[in-house]
Each structure stands twice: as structure tokens, then as C-alpha cells.
Design a binder for this molecule. Structure first.
Ligand code: ADP
Ligand code: ZN
Length: 608
């Protein structure tokens, strides 16, 4: 096992659970494994194909991913192919020939193939080492991705009694787990439920003020790293990607309203690092396994934590530090609520409402983000301080905001609780706008009481008071701010109002923190060399028409940029560099590093 791990994958150690899963497969036991995205599921079924007699048949619903998966396996020295509806008749025949010749170690197929009798017959005539079922939750009607095609997989266990089945998923509640095991007919499976803690992800929430500028600033601070920005509507993905493009960031939109070709084209451009940013609706992501997504931004509030977790999960599959930022405003919550209110079925409405409340809570309270996410997923997070979220790195300050809350609430009250936030803010700031003068609001007592602070500050106070339910926003088209009963009490009884105010945390602080404490596994690397190696990787990938991260992952390049390997032996010591990659790319990378060292003589190789 370890030899294959080193030689074909170039890794020195197994990740959590991988070894146990593989051992069970080698003993021909069934396996059911829930592992988070990036947990390293594919290695669990690829590796045994080198040690067992016969083909490993991998069933995966994502046709768009098959090519990448097969490319990656071939790069690691596996004989692999896929069968799906995108192939020509000739191509299909040639693959059948390879199956019959027992020359395939890995065969990726879409589930509908199992409904075809001749395919079944073909498989029965050749040795099969394992059936690996990816995204196994698709077989469950209880899950969120039910695919009727998956039901045909229940016949595997009956028809291939002697072949083990390993089912993998990144999402499964206890109920869905039971359902999967029963529907697939797994025989006393070895069950793994891995932790959903993604330690390399830094979670943070920021007040949403001017989203385009905020996103632009974030991207500038993360020069040319690939990232995904989720937005709530199709239009806003297009507006944002145009804005970014205008500002010199290579960006493309992605949403369900684009044609299938355009979506594929945009996704490929992102996958191949031709553009660095995708501005997408939640339609994006299912079919992407790009391992070097360095950030996931939510520019609008997600509707629930499940969705949020899934989407942020697309960052950092390679295990390198990556950031997940949610820009939150109470206005977004208000918009979602507006749609929830329209749901007719009462139970469904209540569920959606409760989920939204949890989401708002995630964004508003001063509790470790990681603990909140894991808590929602039913996992207890023990450490007091995760070290990699904005709350834990002390980005918060609990402050007494009573005076400012009074200014705002009294302005709301004195103007008759009939105006929107912008107008009341003008009053607080003492702005003599036409409307203010017309309504004689320059005469109310709180006019100009908040001159000492700016508009953004007051916006934050409004948000805070809405979150604390001292104020509410009512009405859809022209929302009006009112005092709640609680707010009225606070205003007239002089109660103290406390709030966690978030001074902006600097990108450097986050980077430093994510490399220490919980992130001690992450060290700095030579950024200039990384840019050279990244360019080389892209050139090599283009030559072969594969995605760059298939040549080497970011993690592997980062490690090269710490140790400067200049010989084949040194390069073999880098995680992710196996014998197969050495044969193909070793010399190119060594030359590039040597050339770099000649120009930067201060740096030295530091591995034997
Ligand atoms: P999943 O399918 O669970 O989302 P993948 O199989 O795509 O995850 O693996 C995620 C990343 O982790 C890949 O870049 C893979 O090369 C890497 N990886 C897997 N196993 C190991 C390991 N034992 N050591 C280091 N990296 C690993
Ligand atoms: Zn934390």
C-alpha cells in the first residue's frame, strides 16, 4: 500500500481514514464512507486497483468531472478510461475492447450505464476488483441530490456477490446514511464518518457595505489567486464579473441561464487558470474539482448553513490555506425573508425561516464560526479557540453602543417610524437634503446628533440594532424602519446596548494566523518562484490539454518553493511528486528552479 502511495501518488502518509478504508477493500469488505470535500476519497478507490486483480469500476454522476479524474489518474500512472454519453461510437468500442482485454485498472462510468443489459453482460465477463460509488447520496430520495438513475445501482450487490462495493459521499445525515446502505444492499459495511472540520479554511464574516469595492479590495490583496464568488442572482453575477473585468481582474460569470456550452466554456477557463475568478450563482460547483481554489466569497447571504458549508467546501481541496468570506448585511436577510413569506406550505415555510435564522446567527454572533458550522452538522468541536476564524483571532470587540443606539432609535421614533434607513441616516448625520427640509426633519432633536461618525458607521449600527431585534424593517418595495417593543423599552428605560463591533482585520493578520496555531502545518513559501513554477505548470498542462492542478497541485508547488529541489532525488522528497510525474515533468521543474536560483543566489536548496 505504502509503495503505491509513494510511487504513484507521491505522498508519504495517508490522510485520516484512507488506510483503514483501503485495508477493508483489499479484504473484499464493503465500505461506506462519509468524508468532507477534499478529504481524499478518490485515492481510497484508485489505490486498490494496483493491488487487486481486475478493474475498479467507479460510478460518478458528474460527467463533466470524469475527464479530469481520468486525466489525473493517468498522470499518476494508472490505466484509466471513462464511458459516458459524451463519447463517439468509435471511442466507446475502443473502451469495450480494453475492458475485454482486462487492460483497464480504472473505469469511470455514469450510473445510467447500469440500466443497459449489454453493459452488465460485459462486466460479468471480466474480473472486477471493486465497485466504487461516488456521490452515493444521489441514491437517496431523502438527500438533496436525488438522481433516479442511481436506483439501478441497487442491483450490483445481488449480481456481483463476490465483488466489494465502496460508497462515498460528502453529505449524509444519519437517515440518508441508512437509506444508502439499504438501497445499495451493502453487506455489513465498514463505516467511516470523518470529521467535517476543514482545518485549512479560514472563515470570516464582514459587514457588506459596498460589495463591488469590497470584493475588488479582497482580490487585490490576494493577487491573482483563483477564487469563486457566489451571488444570489444571475444578473448580479454578470454585473460583478463585468465590474471585475473592467478593473483588470480576469473574471467570468456562471449561472443556469447561460447556454450549456457557455457554462462549460467558462468552467474550463476557470479550471485551467485562464481566468482567476468565477462570479456564480449556486448553480456552480457541483461539477468542479479544481483543487487550488484559494478563496470562496459569498457576496450575498446564503439561505442556509448546509448550502454555505457545501459552497465554502470548494475552497482548498488541496489542503492549502484558503479563505471563506461572507459579506453580510441585514438587508440581504430581509430579501430572503420576503421570498420565504411567499411559501404557501406552512411547514416548509417554517423550516426555511428557521434555517435562515441559523444562517443570520452564524453571521452575527460572537461565537467561533467553525464551532457553529460543525455544530450545525452535528459534530462537537472541542477546542476553545480554532485559531482560523475571525472570531477566534480576536477580530471582535465587545463595546457599549448605548449612546449611538439611542441616537438612531430616537431619530426613528421622532420621525414617526415611517422612513427608510437612508433617510433616517441623513437626519442622524445632519444632512439638509431636499427631503429632510421638506419634512422639517432638520427640526427634530436628533438632527445631526451623529455628525461625529460617517455613513458606514451608522449603517453598521442600524444592522446591529436589526440583528438584536430592537429595530425592524417592514415593507418590501420601500422598507420602513420601526422600533420593536423591545426597542421601545430600551430607548425609554435607558437599557445598555452591547455589540460586537468588527474593526476590519488585515489580510496579513489572517495569513499569519492561518500559518500558526491550528495552521502550524502551513509555512511560508517563495512567492516569486511560485509564479515561475505556476507558469511552467500551465504551459505543460496546455500542451497536454489537461487542467494545471492535474500536473501538480498548489500544495506540491508550494513545497517546492520552500525547499528548492534541484535534483531528481530531492524532487522525489516533495509530497505529491511520484515516479510517474518525475518521468514526465521532473527535468522541466528542476531546470526552472535552477534557473531561478542562479538569478537569486541567496536562496539555497535545503533538502538532502
Ligand atoms: P475528495 O474526492 O474527497 O473531495 P480528492 O480525492 O479530490 O478529495 O482529494 C483532495 C486532494 O487531496 C487532492 O489534491 C489529493 O491529491 C490530495 N490527497 C489525497 N490523499 C492525500 C494524501 N494521503 N496526502 C496528501 N494529499 C492527499
Ligand atoms: Zn474559531
Amino acid at each position: 500500500m505504502r509503495n503505491v502511495l509513494r510511487e504513484h501518488f507521491g505522498f508519504h502518509d495517508f490522510r485520516e481514514n484512507q488506510e483503514a478504508i483501503i485495508k477493508n477493500i483489499l479484504q473484499k469488505k464493503d465500505v461506506f464512507a462519509v468524508m468532507p470535500t477534499g478529504g481524499g476519497k478518490s485515492l481510497c478507490y484508485q489505490l486498490p486497483s494496483k493491488l487487486l486483480n481486475g478493474t475498479v469500476v467507479v460510478i460518478s454522476p458528474l460527467i463533466s468531472l470524469m475527464k479530469d479524474q481520468v486525466d489525473a489518474a493517468m498522470e499518476n500512472g494508472f490505466s484509466a478510461a471513462y464511458l459516458n454519453s459524451s463519447l463517439s461510437v468509435d471511442e466507446v468500442y475502443s473502451i469495450y475492447r480494453r475492458i475485454h482485454a482486462h487492460s483497464l485498472e480504472l473505469l469511470y462510468i455514469a450510473p445510467e450505464r447500469f440500466a443497459m443489459t449489454h453493459f452488465y453482460e460485459t462486466l460479468r465477463a471480466v474480473p472486477i476488483a471493486l465497485f466504487a460509488i461516488d456521490e452515493a447520496h444521489c441514491i437517496s430520495e431523502w438527500g438533496h441530490d436525488f438522481r433516479p438513475d442511481y436506483l439501478s445501482l441497487s442491483s450490483i450487490a445481488m449480481n456481483f456477490r463476490e465483488v466489494p462495493i465502496a460508497a462515498f459521499t460528502a453529505t449524509a445525515t444519519a437517515q440518508v446514511q441508512e437509506d444508502i446502505i439499504r438501497k445499495l444492499g451493502l453487506r455489513d459495511p465498514y463505516v467511516v464518518r470523518a470529521s467535517f472540520d476543514r482545518r485549512n479554511l479560514f472563515y470570516r464574516v464582514e459587514k457588506k457595505i459596498d460589495i463591488e469595492k469590497q470584493v475588488m479590495k479582497f482580490i487585490r490583496e490576494h493577487a491573482s489567486s483563483p477564487g469563486i464568488i457566489y451571488r444570489a442572482t444571475r444578473d448580479s453575477t454578470v454585473t460583478l464579473s463585468n465590474y471585475l473585468t473592467k478593473n483588470g481582474v480576469r473574471a467570468l460569470p456562471y449561472h443556469a441561464g447561460l447556454s450549456a456550452e457557455e457554462r462549460t466554456k467558462n468552467q474550463n477557463a476557470f479550471s485551467k487558470d485562464e481566468v482567476s475568478v468565477i462570479a456564480a450563482t449556486i448553480a456552480f460547483g457541483m461539477g468542479i474539482d479544481k483543487s487550488n481554489v484559494r478563496f470562496v466569497i459569498h457576496a450575498d447571504l446564503p439561505k442556509n448553513i448546509e448550502g454555505y458549508y457545501q459552497e465554502t467546501g470548494r475552497a482548498g481541496r488541496d489542503g492549502e490555506p484558503s479563505e471563506c468570506v461572507l459579506y453580510y448585511s441585514a438587508g440581504d436577510a430581509f430579501k430572503i425573508r420576503f421570498f420565504i413569506d411567499k411559501i404557501e406550505e406552512e411547514q416548509e415555510r417554517a423550516t426555511a425561516e428557521a434555517k435562515l435564522t441559523r444562517m443570520i446567527r452564524y453571521a452575527s454572533v460572537n461565537i467561533c464560526r467553525r464551532r457553529q458550522l460543525l455544530d450545525y452538522l452535528g459534530e462537537k468541536y472541542e477546542p476553545q479557540n480554532c485559531g482560523t476564524c475571525d472570531v477566534c483571532v480576536g477580530a471582535y470587540e465587545l463595546r457599549d453602543i448605548t449612546e449611538d443606539a439611542q441616537i438612531v432609535m430616537s431619530a426613528v421614533s421622532r420621525t414617526g417610524q415611517r422612513y427608510g434607513r437612508l433617510h433616517v441616516t441623513d437626519v442622524v448625520l445632519g444632512k439638509g437634503t431636499k427631503r429632510v427640509l421638506e419634512l422639517k426633519h432638520d427640526k427634530v432633536k436628533t438632527f445631526g446628533a451623529g455628525k461625529h461618525k460617517d455613513k458606514d458607521y451608522w449603517r453598521a449600527i442600524f444592522d446591529e440594532l436589526i440583528v438584536q431585534e430592537l429595530l425592524v424593517q417592514e415593507g418590501d418595495k420601500y422598507p420602513v424602519i420601526k422600533l420593536t417593543q423591545h426597542g421601545t423599552n430600551v430607548l425609554f428605560d435607558n437599557e445598555t446596548v452591547m455589540a460586537n463591533m468588527r474593526p476590519e482585520i488585515k489580510a496579513e493578520v489572517i495569513k499569519k494566523v492561518s500559518r500558526t496555531e491550528a495552521g502550524s502545518q502551513f509555512e511560508d513559501y517563495d512567492k516569486a518562484l511560485f509564479e515561475c513554477l505556476r507558469a511552467l505548470r500551465r504551459r505543460l498542462a496546455d500542451e497536454q490539454n489537461v487542467a494545471p492542478f492535474i500536473v501538480f497541485s498548489d500544495r506540491t508547488l508550494h513545497e517546492m518553493c520552500r525547499h528548492y529541489p534541484t535534483s531528481i532525488n530531492q524532487l522525489l522528497n516533495i509530497a505529491g511528486v511520484g515516479q510517474y510525474k518525475i518521468d514526465r515533468y521532473g527535468d522541466d521543474f528542476i531546470e526552472e528552479i535552477k534557473a531561478y536560483l542562479e538569478q537569486n543566489p541567496k536562496m539555497e536548496p535545503d533538502i538532502p
